[in-house]
Design a protein around this ligand. Structure first.
Ligand SMILES: Nc1ncnc2c1ncn2[C@@H]1O[C@H](COP(=O)(O)OP(=O)(O)OP(=O)(O)O)[C@@H](O)[C@H]1O
Ligand SMILES: [Mg+2]
Length: 325
């Protein structure tokens, strides 16, 4: 694939607990190319953060491979070379806990600059420059995180990620704890940085509508597995998986012609099952409004329904059109 940055192959991450084996991520595969945003969308507990933490090396994979620019980088963060740690950054949902409360913003932003062996004066200039890039006043460097608002803290977290000049930033629900107006501001900044720095993003969210203007491609995760991936326009125009249709039927649409295409309200049956007790067959069958006998027996394979549009559903792969809701 041209300019592939990240390639995740059959990634598995299980947690072995007293309640049983949590199959948080189960054979997830995806890739991200240069300058691309892959939106990873799913309900709470579907395994999105576990994917993020494993890619970034906080967790060691139970099985599967993580390739970064073609090299096998499946090892956990302690065993990764420094250059790789700098190349992949992560921004968490809650900037309140991801920034050390006992440090000033200057100390927080200086840390990733240390490798450059700058003088104290140059480091200060560089911190001011990072703050300027995220549109915060330079004198914020003397404040501590608790003196900042939630949006401002998240901008500091983004500035810290930018400081290492990464290739890939994993954004784990970066705006879902923030007000809508601040959310828009941060999203616009992220888009700007992506263009300026040729960045790739793995953008994790439960907010599918947010992906429309942000993602190059959208991947839907359900109970530890990816069930559909497509380029954003195709994804919203021609959703194939019954779960995707269910998610899309519950979000507001922007364009009139999309209203016509939008699946009519699909009633969600039940809650997401526990990843300790993953249903046999297709894991979505317990909630699926169009399930057939086979769905309760066999786990469907991912198939390419059209170019770049992948779906894991017996009703699609079996050429049996999903009743168009
Ligand atoms: N360290 C852990 N030990 C045991 N189980 C875990 C651990 N971390 C996550 N899990 C479980 O793995 C599953 C996936 O969790 P994960 O946090 O990846 O979901 P998520 O999609 O990020 O959810 P959310 O939208 O709420 O952030 C959940 O059932 C969760 O309880
Ligand atoms: Mg999460």
């Amino acid at each position: 694939m041209p300019n592939e940055i990240l390639n995740v192959v059959a990634l598995q991450k299980f947690f072995f607990t007293t309640q049983g084996t949590v199959r948080a991520v189960d054979r997830v595969s995806f890739s991200i190319t240069e300058n691309e945003t892959l939106g990873l969308v799913g309900e709470s507990g579907s395994g999105k953060s576990t994917v993020a933490y494993t890619v970034v090396g906080i967790y060691a994979p139970t099985d599967g491979k993580i390739y970064f620019r073609g090299e096998d980088r499946s090892q956990p963060v302690a065993k990764r070379p420094k250059s790789l740690k700098r190349a992949i950054q992560i921004v968490f949902q809650d900037p309140g806990t991801s920034l050390n409360p006992r440090r000033t913003i200057k100390q927080i932003l200086e840390l990733p600059l240390k490798v450059h062996h700058l003088t104290a004066g140059d480091r200060k200039l560089e911190v001011a420059n990072l703050l300027r890039r995220v549109e915060l006043p330079a004198d914020y460097m003397y404040k501590s995180p608790h003196m900042l608002g939630g949006g401002e803290r998240q901008m500091v977290a983004i500035a810290r990620a930018l400081a290492t000049e990464p290739k890939l930033i994993i954004l784990d629900e970066p705006t879902s704890a923030l007000d809508v107006s601040i959310q828009a501001k941060i999203i616009n900044m992220l888009i700007k940085f992506q263009e300026e720095m040729n960045l790739s993003y793995l953008f994790i969210t439960h907010d599918l509508s947010l992906m429309r203007n942000v993602a190059t491609r959208v991947a839907i995760m359900y109970l530890g597995k990816i069930c559909e991936v497509a380029y954003t326009a195709e994804f919203f125009r021609n959703p194939l998986h019954p779960y995707t249709k269910m998610l899309l039927s519950s979000i507001p649409v922007v364009l009139e012609e999309e209203e016509e295409l939008k699946p009519t309200k699909v009633i969600s049956k039940g809650e997401i099952p526990s990843p300790v007790n993953v249903p046999p067959g297709c894991s979505f069958h317990t909630r699926c409004p169009v399930r057939k006998e086979i769905c309760m027996q066999a786990d469907p394979e991912m198939v390419e329904a059209s170019e770049g549009h992948f779906v894991r559903c017996h009703l699609v792969s079996g050429q049996e059109a999903v009743a168009s809701s």
